[in-house]
Design a protein around this ligand. Sequence first.
Ligand code: FE2
Length: 233
Amino acid sequence: MPNPQKYAVLDIGEKLTRYSPSFHHLGPDEHHPAEKGGRTRRLAQYYAKYDHNTKKAEITQLKTQLYVQGQSNKLLGHVPRHFDTVEDDLRSYIEYGFNVVDQNWPLSKYESEWLIHCHQIRVHAMPAVTGIPVPEGIHKDGAEFVLMGCVAREGVKGGISHIYEDEGAPPIFGVTLMAGQAILVSDRDVYHMVSPVIAEKDEGYRDMILMGFHIWSDGKYKGNWRENAIGVH
Ligand SMILES: [Fe+2]
């Protein structure tokens, strides 16, 4: 049974699938290369101030910094990783993300300033090479909330999203996200993992946008956000 206190499955539709075109020219993931069943990807980082009364967010894109995940990733958390910057403007989707988080876990209880990490990731699967979405295994992202949205999946089976209450216990929930669907998790409460992605015939892929909500004062973005703002907002 889905537990709305800890996770929720969402049908988002076009608000999510509209980002599909830019997945066809992502940059490399040097630590988990596509030709070995790995990923191509981009990263965007945003400063956001959410007003829970008006349900609006003021969102500013920031210069993309090296990604250091920390203890939540036992495999690569200590390695600063460079990713190319997402090409799409994700601000309207981030505001949608705030709204669905707020509906599940009232944001009036939180600080208003947030760092939003948006990972745009394609996992590649080939006839002889299984795609591994999550080489680090069962994990948390080290965020407050994570919105994991499927933008597309073509020519693959597998890629089941599993939710766990405990790292060592069987999953409490599993779902194969189709294009336009997402799973939203309270990252402090549950772990997550995705099963291997297997090509049905020729090369296939599973495209995701993973949106992590981090409290700004936790300091995961180095420096002043105003000095790192990019674009006209
Ligand atoms: Fe994750």
